[in-house]
Design a protein around this ligand. Structure first.
Ligand code: FAD
Ligand code: FES
Length: 532
């Protein structure tokens, strides 16, 4: 997961590098005193920061400089090159900084700076009275990012995070990748240690279920009878896997995958397994298939569509993904369905039955909006929020998989199921709970991993009239641009990270519909795309 450090890559920056020979990208990786360091040119200035991203360790020299920030090539985190701070998820930890001197046409990296300058809030919360008690329901991507942003921004009131999960917030995307494949050690999974929450005064209640929200009394009710109060509330309850509605779906060898507990349950059941049936050829289904092939299990994927992921990526990339999985030994049963599971016998609509020791269903998720509905919040295919992520009840915010927000770029209401979107919404909601009044308008981004092939997707396209393919999909070096009426809606790429970042910048600058004063229209009924 983390790139292996190679302290000797590139020049010794303490000895100086020629400004005339500086790379056109404005980014140069080298080393100083045995540490890997990145020099970034922003305008006419040079800055030096840690060379690897604090998320999964991507080499930032392969990213993009935008103003005085650098964007990570792998999952689009954004750091200030001036002070190293992580400005946008999925990275949270700051990069170290070095002093830089320019003389005689050369750039020299000298001493490492103290981290003291990074300790203050990077975007201080607005002045004025702060709510004394903030409550977050959900210990996933959005809930964690909100708590982190509140404390990093200097919020000093009481902060309580309640999660039904038995574990503190974990790296959920990894559950269908390295962790399930058995190649990620346990210590990679928690987003932060127990000490981290303790040091920041974030009270974490795990394995706790919220059963009611009372907006009048500003209290919630827990299933254990407790009823803590709040001044601001963030709903970040995510989504839950849709269960199979067929005979045998409740058998102990039939699984879904959302939590660390779910994943551990699957792994425990694999001990004596030889063959697995995966129902669904979506992101989760296919990533599970890849992870289980890494464990040398026989994997069959059964799904109703003719081509995996065609609705999201189009036919060309869908065909490539199918071939990729077949090359790794996955057997597809497409345009098919499972009608029943009887012990180890998996009955198919078309064709002979399959014998499978284990079944994993990845047939989509449903946003967990029941608390909001009961509390009388406006819910319509997700919890309806304003551009600032506030629900129809003042003081209650929603973020992540449950939130349906007015997207200025498309003029549509949007709800997506992406890790980075959930985290960034959590960050924005946190600031807004303290009165920042900040609009959420990041371009959606997600990634998916199939064996050694990463796919990065930025933007959002439910329908397009033009699909421009650059490069060669089969060679795993391509950029696909999804457009409607000539306007770029989204881009997917394999091993073209800078182009993917450039597409993100282009879409960030393209806020045409709302700027033109168009009203935001309701989305189609199913606003879901993306990662499930
Ligand atoms: C296996 C897997 C792999 C994924 N891979 C990717 C990927 O590669 N890329 C990508 O972009 N996205 C991926 N996703 C999607 C991504 O994880 C989600 O979009 C993201 O987690 C949504 O964050 P969230 O905070 O909205 O919800 P979650 O992370 O699901 O968190 C919801 C939290 O709310 C809690 N909760 C719910 N109801 C209650 C209640 N009543 N009381 C108390 N607590 C409650 C839950 O216990 C949980 O802690 C993946 C998802 C899964 C399951
Ligand atoms: S490695 Fe940089 S954002 Fe993931």
């Amino acid at each position: 997961m983390t790139a292996a450090p190679d302290p000797h890559k590139g020049p010794d920056l303490a000895l100086g590098v020629s400004i005339a020979a500086f790379p056109a990208s404005g980014l140069l990786e080298g080393h100083v005193g045995g540490e890997k360091v990145l020099v970034a040119r922003s305008g006419g200035e040079y800055f030096a920061v840690t060379a690897n991203c604090s998320h999964y360790g991507a080499p930032l020299a392969d990213g993009l400089v935008v103003g005085d920030t650098v964007r990570c090539p792998w999952h689009h985190a954004c750091f200030s090159v001036r002070n190293g701070r992580a400005l946008r998820a999925p990275a949270f930890d700051a990069l170290a900084c070095w002093t830089v001197e320019c003389r005689d046409g050369e750039v020299f990296v000298t001493g490492k700076k103290s981290t003291a300058a990074q300790r203050g809030p990077d975007r201080p919360h607005p002045a004025g009275a702060q709510p004394s008690r903030i409550l977050i329901i959900g210990g996933g991507a959005a809930g964690f990012a909100a708590a982190e942003a509140l404390r990093r921004g200097g919020y000093q009131g009481k902060l309580l995070m309640i999660s039904q999960d038995a574990a503190a917030p974990v790296d959920r995307p990894n559950l269908s990748k390295d962790y399930l494949a058995g190649t990620a050690p346990e210590e990679w999974m928690p987003l932060k240690s127990a000490d981290w929450y303790h040091e920041r005064g974030i009270e974490l209640r795990l394995g706790a279920t919220v059963v009611n929200v009372d907006p009048r009394a500003r209290r919630i009710a827990l299933s254990d009878g407790n009823s803590p109060s709040y001044d601001r509330l963030l709903l970040a309850t995510g989504a839950e896997p849709i269960r199979l509605a067929i005979p045998g779906a409740d058998q102990s060898n039939v699984h879904t995958l959302r939590s660390l507990e779910d994943c551990r349950g699957i792994i425990a059941n694999l001990q004596s397994a030889r063959r697995v049936a995966v129902i669904g050829a979506s992101f989760i289904g296919l990533e599970v298939a890849a992870a289980l092939r890494a464990r040398n299990l026989e994997v069959h994927v059964i799904a109703p569509e003719k081509r995996p992921l065609e609705r999201v990526f189009g036919a060309e990339l869908g065909d490539f993904i199918r071939r990729l999985h077949e090359e790794h030994g996955v057997v597809f049963h497409l345009a098919n369905a499972v009608t029943a599971i009887e012990g180890k016998r998996v009955r198919l609509k078309d064709g002979p039955d399959l014998e499978a020791d284990l079944v994993v269903a990845g047939i989509g998720v449903r946003p967990r909006t029941e608390l909001a509905e009961k509390a009388g919040l406006r819910v319509d295919h997700g919890i309806c929020v304003s551009e600032c992520l506030e629900t129809s009840v003042p003081g209650i915010y929603a973020a992540g998989d449950i939130a349906r927000w007015p997207d200025r770029r498309s003029g549509q209401q949007r709800r997506v199921e992406h890790w980075v979107v959930a985290e960034r919404q959590g960050q924005t909601a946190a600031r807004n709970m303290l009165g920042a009044g900040e609009r959420y308008e990041d371009v959606p981004f997600f990634w998916s991993q199939h064996y050694d092939v990463p796919i990065n997707y930025v933007g959002h396209a439910e329908a397009w009239d033009e699909l421009a393919i650059e490069g060669d999909i089969a060679s795993r070096d391509c950029m696909l641009r999804y457009k409607r009426g000539g306007r770029l809606l989204a881009a997917a790429s394999i091993h073209r990270d800078v182009q993917n970042l450039q597409a993100e910048i282009a879409m960030e600058r393209d806020l045409a519909p709302a700027e033109a004063g168009h009203a935001i229209a309701p989305d189609r009924a199913d606003g879901r795309t993306g990662a499930t």
